[in-house]
Design a protein around this ligand. Sequence first.
Ligand code: GMT
Length: 387
Amino acid sequence: MNMRESLKIGITCYPTYGGSGVVATELGLELAQRGHDVHFISYAQPIRLNRPAANIHYHEVEVSRYPLFDYPPYDLALATRMAEVSELYDLDLLHVHYAIPHSVSAMLARQMLAAGPKPRKLPFVTTLHGTDITLVGQDRSYLPITRYSIEQSDGVTAISQYLRERTVREFEVKNHIEVIYNFVNCDVYCRDEKTFAERRAEFAPNGERILIHVSNFRPVKRITDVIEIFDRVRKKIPSKLLLLGDGPDRSPAEWLAVQKGIHNDVIFLGKREQVFETLGISDVLLMPSELESFGLAALEAMACEVVPVATRVGGVPEVIEHEKSGFLADVGDIETMARYAIDILKDETRLRAMGKQCRAAAKARFCTTKIIPHYEQFYRRVMERSS
Ligand code: GMT
């Protein structure tokens, strides 16, 4: 195994609007900036893959359609492409994000290369993100293969202690799971004081407060709670709500905003790539999720000095310290979350001070400069073990 300074890394993720794909893409971009060769392998270009560079490559997985295939075999096409790319570009390792089906495909690719005409080693790392363990992996039909592919991985990471413990407890996997927290680029995710006032006026022309929610609008995000909380805040404080993202629960949220007569102050912005631009002009982030293994949106908000009001679930307390870098309440406790938002929004000095504390916390623990080297060290350990 080649243990040279710069590595050739294949990254597979869901390219759609979701935290695991965002983390995978940002990780690839950061690794490329540090001189590694990064090859994304997926069925579509990942949403944040927008910085062209000579050492960033994208390989699309084509899934053949055939009348016999009611379900086109993506996992097999992915495994084939993983093996091809690894051979062609002499990859050192694969890093797959979200266990299902990516780690199964990686396992197949590794076996194919080991048994090929020119046998070679291709270790793979699996990063667990959340519902691959908490929802999908719990489906009895997926559990055995998810467990097997985790155990077969040459290295496994989880994005919070919570997720690591839950995986060990519920999947009874025997291998070590390294916790490597999600990260944020604090140079990109920040408040731009120069354009702040002008850009805020676009959404809040009368000096209203700005609340924001960022997600893929799935039931687990409890979007209608976001509307309920905002409705209560708006009754006390002139404010606007920006909603970034899209997904199945958008219609119920729109409908509720209309029912409450607040739709003129609820602005659906859809899927946007440059999340930091909108976060950077906001005051408070609402994240009332049923479950979050980490809560990347909260971390990105904190880096932009936006105070998160969230639920005390999963890995969120590992990111947000209650009353220091945001506020935590129980799932569904709309009244308490609204009260936290109102109290902080009505006191400009406290709001700005807490915003600064949020950024300081994000910088101290979750900055790219701190987290990316953990991945690099982990890759080298995995490669050493498998050589
Ligand atoms: O597990 C999911 O829901 C999917 C995943 C995604 O792609 O959106 O989200 C998870 O991974 C994110 C990035 O690591 C975390 O910030 C989210 O908390 C986590 N979501 C859940 O646990 C519900």
